[in-house]
Design a protein around this ligand. Structure first.
Ligand code: CP
Length: 320
């Protein structure tokens, strides 16, 4: 596994949460909390990353992650570039590593990469110059570390910091979900009481993955007394055409409706990383209802990405 830290122990890259200690995760969550603002309030900003250049390079579509990394960088005073991959020389056959070297020559300090192929982000991190940090904006089905952090921050805000009391249910397409894998890593590190996986057999991960989780094939069994219900998007882009489920049938069996949500605790929160497929994974009544924290997740995404950018890039800014 790639060493994500510098020789002094500070975080240089963030590609996975798997090797972060509980203290490191807690420190990132505490740092993020300083950048959280209420809906409609003026968002916090400063110039801590003035002079730092961040490049977003997403080879898969994104709204939340890409925009929030851009806003996070700008709110810290950094220069932010969004590389349009289809308009870049990659479309003319330039390799990812040659593109990265080209960006390095223009004094990029932080690269945020989303890629559909496992291992590419790590390969880039191994290759970049020592002053450059690489952050994952989502790696295939493998990992989405800043999503894991924003999910943990959102749960903390609503349920407190003692995760050992909590039962969290991940529902839907767990097999193809990088969100589920990073949720597993962060929740396990924070000592979650019980983690349940609920989904059809074909969307369950292999048995060796998600050790310690209880598995259910019906929400009627798995949702009972849950504190947190995290719905997952069906990752059609990672499925063969023939195995994509019929939307109406899937909603009937696994969609989160108001009656199904009643199986969880009365004060359970409902999460979804987005983009949502309404009427397939979740009803609009639940998505827009009082137990939904989906918009808070999006707001927290900016705060988490500010904290992560500041953590990896401040040493560079300070000339370390
Ligand atoms: N949650 C998430 O990664 O959303 P985007 O694909 O819009 O970035």
């Amino acid at each position: 596994m790639l060493e994500q830290r510098r020789s002094d122990g500070s975080l240089r890259h963030l590609i996975t949460l798997a090797d972060l200690s509980r203290a490191e995760i807690q420190s990132l969550l505490d740092h993020s909390a300083r950048y959280v603002s209420d809906a409609g309030a003026r968002p916090p900003s400063n110039r801590s990353l003035n002079g730092i250049t961040i490049a977003n390079m997403f080879t898969e579509p994104s709204t939340r992650t890409r925009v929030s990394f851009e806003l996070a960088g700008r709110r810290l005073g950094a220069d932010v570039l969004n590389i349009e991959v289809q308009l870049s020389s990659r479309a003319k056959g330039e390799s990812m590593l040659d593109t990265i070297r080209t960006l390095e020559a223009m004094h990029i300090d932080v690269l945020v990469i989303r890629d559909s192929e496992p291992g590419v982000i790590e390969e880039v991190a191994r290759d970049v110059a020592p002053h450059v940090s690489v952050l994952s904006g989502g790696e295939a089905h493998v990992s989405h570390p800043t999503q894991g952090l924003l999910d943990a921050l959102t749960i903390t805000q609503r349920k407190g910091a003692d995760f050992s009391r909590l039962t969290v249910a991940l529902v839907g397409d767990i097999r193809h979900s990088r969100v589920a894998r990073s949720a597993y890593e962060v929740l396990t590190a924070l000592g979650v009481g019980q983690l349940r996986l609920i989904g059809p057999a074909e969307m369950m991960p292999p048995p060796e993955e998600f050790p310690g989780c209880r598995r259910f094939h019906a929400p009627e069994d798995g949702l009972a007394q849950a504190d947190v219900v995290m719905m997952l998007r069906i990752q059609k882009e990672r499925m063969l055409e023939a195995s994509i489920p019929d939307g109406a049938e899937y909603f009937a069996r696994f969609g989160l409706t108001a009656p199904r949500l009643k199986l969880a605790k009365a004060d359970a929160i409902v999460m979804h990383p987005g983009p949502m497929n309404r009427g397939i994974e979740i009803s609009s009544e639940v998505a827009d209802g009082p137990q939904s924290v989906i918009r808070a997740q999006v707001r927290n995404g900016v705060a988490v990405r500010m904290a992560v950018l500041e953590t990896v890039a401040r040493p560079r800014r300070l000339g370390v």
